[in-house]
Design a protein around this ligand. Structure first.
Ligand code: GLY
Length: 374
């Protein structure tokens, strides 16, 4: 790495450390999602304990614990893991995103400390995820309620929990479910040009494809950028766990499409790459997640190809730092201008906890200080 970049990244790392340490003291046992008046006022344990993003705060703190050895990060991360025991017990509201929830809490704890209790919590989460498998259509069903035929691109980021469980227990059924979902996603969600659908709706009794709705993007046939990032990183991780070349090839195909689109807007992603020019909705969370996926691909390819993915990831992370970060230690959240979904009232251009998670993972990856949470 060139010296100027190294110095710059170290500076960002110091600012992350100062800001997150201050946040730990302010947040205490609560689980944050977004800010109000510049602060994490809401406690997701009370608001919605099973909410899909509730692991990211802990995941970010485990990354920082690994990078710094500061016990405060470990102590604060464990509050989220312990809070999830109630979610497991109640079962109500848990869905396909148990991957995000348990990889970032219990599995991260187990990986870093060897905690036996954490291992069991992680396996419990994996069993719930595997239990969502629909063998008629070979997919993991999304969400709850009356949607048994829905599968979504986001779930590619949850299946690493299944690969972990297969490696941990020696039981290949977990990896089988993950692989089946990944294959179905290649068939139904990834388009020829490397863009992706968010959702596919199948007949849950036969597996027949019925519909490809727009989901959180602009509309059917559009290109929701966070969905593209989930696919990019998710397939790269599936390759890491299985060594199957089709996953790496798919990750690269999505990555080429993603790079071409973010390069056109200063290396920060719009919420949807195929939305009308106005209004302009950014989604910094997609950019941060995409950058981590690009770094994952850069580690999987040969020397000749590496630069494309690595350099694009650096450009994205530096663009986020230059234009979208808030370093005031008296305020919560680092990365601003995340967007929950295209056109969702009150959810546009807000800080969202997973934006910070992926930004921190990306910077730590570049500095060789991250650990593999996925
Ligand atoms: N997994 C839901 C989202 O990306 O908003």
């Amino acid at each position: 790495m060139e010296e100027g970049l190294d110095i710059r990244l170290r500076g960002i790392f110091e600012r992350i450390d100062k800001k997150l340490e201050a946040e730990c003291w302010r947040v205490g046992e609560r689980i944050p999602y977004t800010t109000r008046n510049g602060l994490y006022e809401t406690d997701m344990r009370e608001e919605n304990l099973a909410w899909w993003t509730n692991g990211f705060w802990a995941g970010m703190l485990w990354q920082m614990y690994h990078a710094t050895g500061n016990e405060e990060y470990c102590r604060t991360a464990r509050y989220s893991e312990e809070a999830f025991d109630k979610a497991l017990e109640e079962f109500e509201g848990l869905h396909h995103d148990v991957g995000f929830q348990f990889l970032h809490t219990a599995v991260a704890d187990y990986r870093l400390t060897g905690s036996k209790r954490s291992r069991i919590r992680g396996l419990h989460g994996a069993a719930l995820l595997a239990g969502r498998f629909n063998g008629n259509g070979n997919y993991i069903r999304a969400w709850n309620k009356d949607l048994p035929g829905w599968l979504i691109v986001d779930c590619l980021m949850n299946i690493p929990l299944l690969y972990w469980a297969a490696e941990e227990t020696g039981d290949p059924r977990f990896a089988y479910v993950a692989d089946q979902h990944a294959h179905t996603a290649i068939r139904l969600l990834v388009r020829e040009d490397g863009s992706c659908n968010h959702i596919a709706v199948c007949d849950p009794a036969t597996g027949e494809l019925l519909e490809l709705p727009g989901g959180q993007g602009y509309g059917a046939g559009s290109s929701w950028s966070r969905g593209q990032a989930w696919a990019l990183y998710g397939f790269a991780l599936a390759y890491r766990h299985t060594g199957k070349k089709e996953y790496l090839d798919t990750a690269k195909k999505v990555a080429h499409y993603f790079i071409a689109n973010v390069a056109a807007t200063g290396y920060v992603s719009l919420c949807d790459f195929r939305a009308p020019k106005e209004p302009v909705y950014w989604d910094t969370t997609a950019a941060a997640c995409g950058a981590c996926g690009l770094l994952e691909i850069s580690e999987a390819v040969g020397e000749l190809e590496k630069a494309l993915y690595y350099d694009s990831a650096v450009k994205i992370l530096i663009a986020l730092e230059e234009k979208h970060c808030d370093w005031d230690v008296h305020k919560d959240s680092i990365v601003q201008d995340g967007t929950e979904a295209y056109g969702r009232e009150n959810g546009i251009h807000i800080p969202i906890i997973y934006g910070d998670y992926f930004f921190v993972e990306g910077i730590l990856r570049l500095l060789g200080k991250s650990f593999m949470i996925w």
